[in-house]
Each structure stands twice: as structure tokens, then as C-alpha cells.
Design a protein around this ligand. Sequence first.
Ligand SMILES: Cc1ncc(COP(=O)(O)O)c(C=O)c1O
Length: 456
Amino acid sequence: MATVAASSRLLEAYLQRTPGSRRWAERARGVFPSGITHDSRYLEPYPLYITRATGSHKWDVDGHEYVDYAGGHGALLLGHNHPQVVAAMAEQLARGTHYGSSHELEVRWGETVQKLMPSAERVRFTASGTESTLLALRLARAFTGRTKIVRFLGHFHGWHDHMAFGVASRFDGTPSAGVVPGIASEILLAPPNDVAGTRQVLDQPGIAAVIIEPTGASWGQVPVQASFLHELQRMAAERGIVLIFDEVITGFRCSPGGAQQCVGIKPDLTTLAKIVAGGMPGGALVGRRDIMEGLDFDAAAKSGREKVVHQGTFNANPLAAAAGIATLEIVGSTDACDRANQYAARLRSALREMIAAESVPWVVYGTYSGFHIFTNPQGLSITADDIEQCRVDYKVIKSADRATNHKLRIGTLLHGVELFSWPGGPTSAVHSDDDLQQTVDAVRGAIRLLKADGAI
Ligand SMILES: Cc1ncc(COP(=O)(O)O)c(C=O)c1O
């Protein structure tokens, strides 16, 4: 557990408020490295332990209530425990959790995805976003007969060996700890938002696919412009390179048809997870029929190509299918995406106003149902517009001071708001006006505590 400086009023207050979480954190350190089960749940001195959640709120083991911006890592566009999703899961639970056989719900789930996602000519379910991006690369390589993959500096696509460097560190493309160098050398890192620089990378021989988060690195933390996506699509098509949109977080969130519907681009392949499985573990790869047919026994036999291998114990799990169908039906038939988008826009603007009044050089920005707080350690003179219009280098944004971000998150927890680790959050369709006001007050309260501690 990180040592807590006695002089920090902020951390003292956190220790006082969360003895139950502290006890669980101590116990967890005897089980898990760092006491956590996902790198982005790391928080100094220790994270909260949550005991229940509903709608846009959750409660910790010490009985405190929080406005939630973890949102199930972005999976919960409809908030926690949406009654229709819970009912669909309860019905399925009574029928069985895992048949290990084909079942009706998987077909209905796949058809629902096809109906909403413009590029989904064919669908393959997986168990996570990481599995979806891994499968996308394999299919693209099998289809093109090439091996190299282009991705963008700072963009996140899960944690397998192809993706585990050049996101928050190792921007030179060298493999991070434990990553197979031979795999890293097949990955070419392109500069985000730089057409000429990207063209140079795409001009190299042997490129099977280019993958991108279509609203920018880490859910728009480093935004990307739609014009860049259109240019990328053109450059990829000219070179016979498979274009992959990683819509693990943006899918069914920016709009029912994801970011691709918003920007009017049909990528060759699209990776999905999070919302697609309605808050349960699950993911999908969707895309062009001819590429997806790499997985098809008959098509492979007819074409004389070797079939692409893909298994997965929990693919199209019935419980995830029930939650996924219920969620996607609501997404497709209501204004859920718009409500989450509008809430985020109002929150960003209210936070900006408050931050200006507090005279700190922080920048609040984001697109769709996302907000990011850049704590601007160098006090650069930049605006939200500068970041959203891609005039700020990704390295500047990604190099925000970790200690300040942790203190900001602790400060907002003290005021009943849990930010996601960026810091910021995905918003949901069920965040309320009261949540918005509480969030603004919590960030203001955190700023004042940081000032009192001399941390900013
Ligand atoms: C854009 C993107 N791609 C891939 C992933 C990996 O998904 P998972 O955590 O389900 O493996 C994530 C997870 O946050 C993501 O945001």
C-alpha cells in the first residue's frame, strides 16, 4: 500500500472515511499483485470496495453513495441493473448459464448486432474486447496473406502482445515487459492525426491491416477528426489494407450504429465488446462477409484456403446473449445514446465554467458520451478546442501527472463521485441533473483540497 504523507489532508480524510475499503485492500494484497484485478483499478493509497450499484450510483463497503463514472468500464450505457436487462438475465438464468451448444439467443443476438451496426455483414462472438482485436488481426492476415499491422500511437486495443506497447509508454515501438519481440516487430506505430506520416507507414510493404479507435486514443482522450478517418479509409482501400475500427467502447454508444454511423464510414472489420454484452463479459468481431468467411468451414473448403482457427469457451454465452439483446433493443429503439451524449456535453461545459472560476489550468473536453480532465502539469495555455481539434500532441496529453490524477480521484471520492482513471468517464443514459451538479461540486471540492495540500 502506498505510504500516505501525514501532511496530506486529502489522504487523511480518505483514510478516515473508508476504513472498510482499507481493510479489504489490505486483505487483497495477500491475494492479488497490487491488490487489484485490472491495471486501471489501481489507485493510491487504495481503491474503494463497492458492495452494490443501481442506475448511475454505487455504494462502498463503508456505506457511502457515489455517482458512478466507471460505468462498468464503459459497458453500462443504460446504468447499473436496468430492469429490462435484469429481467432478461433472470429468465435465462433459470434456463441455464452455459449450454456449450448452439442456441436461439445467439442467433437473435447476432441479428440484433447486424441490424444496428452498419458494417456487420457477418458476426462472430468472443468473450472480450481483447479477444475481438486479436481475432480481427488474424482474419486480416489470413485474408491478405500479409503479416504487418499498423496501429496508432496512444490508441488502446486490449492487452494481448500485439497491443501492449505504444499506448501509455514505449512510444518507440519496442516491446513492453513480457511481449514477444517478434510480434512487436510486426506492428508499425503511426502518428495519430497525421495524414502524411500515416501514409508513409502505410506505404511499407506487407501490411495486412490498420486498426484505430474511431473517436481517438483511449475513448477520445486524444481525439481524432472525422476527416482523418475518411482519408485513412481511402489510403487503406488503395493499398488493399483491411481497415479495422475498434468500437469496443464506441459501439452502440456514440449512436446505435457506433462511431461508424456517426462518421459515415463502413470499416472492413469492427471489434465490439462492453455494451454489446449488456454488462456481462462478451465481445464480437463483425465485418465484411468475404473477410469473415475466413472462419467459415464451407467457404474455406471451396476457396482452397486454410480455415482461420477460432475457439472460445464463453463465445455467445446465453446469459451474456440475454443481457446483450435486452440492452441493444433499448439502444436501438430509444434515445439512450443521445441522452448520454447530451449529459456529457452539459457536464463538460459546467465543469469548464467551474474550473475557469477556480483559476486552475485544467482542461475539460471530450466527444459523445465522454469527458476527460487534463490536469495540465506544465500549465500550458491550451483550450478544450485545441485538444478536440487535434492541435495538442498525444504525448503531452498522455503525460499528465499520475500523482495529481490520483489525488483528483481521491478528492472527488471524498465528495461522492467516482471518476474513471483517465481521469473522467463515460456517461450513461441515466445520469441525472442532480448527478451533474454533484459532479461539478465534487471536482470543485477536489480542486480546493489539492490547493490546500499544495498539490496544485
Ligand atoms: C477501444 C478498446 N479496445 C479494446 C479494449 C479491450 O477490451 P477488454 O477489456 O474487453 O478486453 C478496450 C477496453 O477498454 C477498449 O476500450
